[in-house]
Design a protein around this ligand. Structure first.
Ligand SMILES: Cc1cc2nc3c(=O)[nH]c(=O)nc-3n(C[C@H](O)[C@H](O)[C@H](O)COP(=O)(O)OP(=O)(O)OC[C@H]3O[C@@H](n4cnc5c(N)ncnc54)[C@H](O)[C@@H]3O)c2cc1C
Length: 499
């Protein structure tokens, strides 16, 4: 039987990045993925000549100097893909405000100060609090100290990390800002994390906030998926293996240590380390062969809150969306400034009022659509429980009705949208559960509540020696950047285990 240093279950971002890192330092890796393509939630698909991002709207840290980009450079991936500069991040629309966030936090602050002059000083104080956190976070994150020492010194050297880990985003913003509308606009990025500011960990909010409001990023020609294809190619060039369309049924353990995995075709692979990028619930409560450990995890994980799901409409258009009025790459549409209400509308499946994201990837990359045509992605956060118990007929009908409501709302900004649709695909929370292999269709793993974020997040190390988690469900959390960090950290844990 062939010997591997590390087996990796799942070729989502976390799995791909750990496989790339380990294979590039000479470790023999076998990456096993259930789907016929790599990328997990981050993959793309094509219909009648239109290529759609399955999920990803925008990914931070990909521009020159960004953390992911740097790693791609060092791993020999950069020249396999072509990056396209994005001029701005998002047009953000609220009932009385409409502005474009352009990756420059000074412009954002100036816009907010001009619109809320009475809050100008408070905004200065809030952004100075943010800057202090970022300085301390970077000192901690890029520290050369041994991890244990760095952690031990954190409360003294980087106390703001601890502070932000103890509070919800709303508590931090509301401490400085009085105006409800301004509070809402500052919290807009909650959509990318899936919890309203009142419940969302300030720690994770601030990381994501900087990713999109402070630093430029890029799109990838042909779709983000090109990066994942290039990573698979590189892993193979590094002498390791990637097996697609291969489902893992069991993780084998012996005397409290991992020994290998068994596929649904009953193939067995062994290695001293297994990284699981499959969701933590399946990994620890279904795949593990050790029943008593499974029971412990069942109890523990059933107490954790899962993140929200999503409903998406993918449209292939007769004309570029820009011709219909889509002035920017992405829109955030909000019918109220109150994100508790926004979250409630999403959970209730209230498609008339829930916040929407519109994304026009073809605006920056015309290779995604047939010549002269366009595309649009509309996303609403949604709950799996609005969909899970429908009959097939009810399900089909609800999908069409919900899609129609979202198209009607988008049409207010893009007149003529509905009469120029050539192709339509719809993904519901049930699709997220099925293709994303995600319990309750959760799109961001466990929720980033204060109790489940930062140091409180489910650790990557498990009680089984050599079994490591990577991806959205574990530390630090969801989003491509979060899962990238998780993949790197999983690889580092694997290396220390192998030593
Ligand atoms: C609708 C939507 C919009 C989003 N928008 C953005 C965005 O704009 N920007 C951003 O940064 N992030 C966004 N995200 C979040 C981001 O896509 C995810 O956080 C990230 O892709 C998750 O990566 P992961 O490493 O956790 O792996 P996953 O994507 O969860 O992949 C896990 C992989 O494991 C495989 N697997 C599971 N079980 C098994 C098994 N038993 N055997 C073999 N393989 C198995 C699965 O098939 C899958 O390929 C979005 C997500 C969704 C759903």
């Amino acid at each position: 039987m062939k010997q591997y240093d590390c087996l990796i279950i799942g070729a989502g971002i976390g799995g791909l990045i750990s496989a790339l890192k380990l294979s590039s330092v000479g470790k023999k890796v076998l990456l096993l993925e259930k789907q016929p393509v790599a990328g997990g939630f981050g993959t793309s698909f094509s219909r009648k000549g239109f290529t759609f991002e399955s999920s990803l709207h925008c990914v931070d840290a990909l521009a020159e100097g960004g953390e992911i980009r740097q790693f791609l450079q060092e791993s020999g991936i950069e020249n396999k893909v072509k990056f396209i500069e994005l001029k701005d991040f998002c047009r953000i629309i609220y009932p009385e405000h409409d502005f474009v966030a352009d990756f420059n936090s000074d412009n954002l602050q100036n816009f907010l100060k001009n619109n809320f002059p009475a809050e100008a000083k408070n905004l200065d104080k809030l952004f100075s609090e943010f800057s202090g956190f970022y300085r301390q976070f970077d000192r901690f994150y890029y520290s050369k100290l041994p991890a244990w020492l760095n952690l031990m010194l954190c409360p003294f050297i980087s106390p703001k990390i601890i502070k932000m880990s103890l509070f919800a985003t709303g508590e931090v913003i509301n401490r400085y800002i009085k105006d409800e509308k301004l509070r809402g606009m500052l919290g807009d990025i909650w959509r990318f994390i899936g919890l309203p500011p009142e419940e969302l960990s300030a720690f994770y909010f601030l990381i994501v906030f900087r990713g999109y409001f402070y630093n430029p990023t890029v799109y990838v020609q042909g779709g983000y998926n090109r990066i994942f294809q290039a990573i698979v190619e590189k892993i193979r060039e590094n002498g390791s293996e990637v097996k697609l369309s291969t489902t893992i049924e069991k993780i084998i353990t012996c005397n409290g240590a991992v020994r290998g995995v068994i596929t649904e075709k009953e193939e067995e692979f062994t290695a001293p380390v297994v990284i699981s990028n499959a969701n933590a619930i399946s990994t620890l409560t279904e795949l593990l062969d050790n029943q008593s450990v499974r029971e412990i995890y069942k109890k523990k994980l059933s107490c954790l809150k899962k993140s929200i799901s999503a409903f998406q409409v993918y449209l292939g258009l007769r004309f570029p969306a820009k011709q219909l009025g889509m002035s920017n790459f992405m829109y955030s549409l909000n019918s109220t400034y109150n994100h508790n209400d926004n979250f409630k509308y999403s959970l209730e499946g209230n498609y008339q009022f829930c916040p929407l994201s519109l994304v026009d990837h073809a605006q920056v990359d015309s290779s995604l659509v047939p010549e002269g045509k366009g595309s649009l992605l509309i996303m609403a956060l949604d709950s799996y429980f609005n969909w899970n118990s429908l009959t097939d007929e009810e399900y089909r009908q609800k999908k069409i009705e919900a899609a129609q409501q979202l198209i009607n709302r988008a049409e207010k900004y893009l007149p003529g949208l509905s009469s120029n649709i050539e192709v339509m695909e719809i993904a519901s929370p049930r699709t997220m559960a099925h293709y994303g292999v995600s319990p309750e269709g959760a799109i961001y793993g466990f929720s980033q509540t204060v109790k489940q974020a930062s140091i409180n997040r489910l650790p990557q190390k498990t009680v089984i020696k050599g079994l490591i988690l990577a991806g959205a469900w574990t530390q630090p959390g969801a989003g491509v950047h979060g899962c990238f960090v998780s993949g790197i950290d999983a690889a580092n844990l694997a290396l220390s285990q192998l030593r």
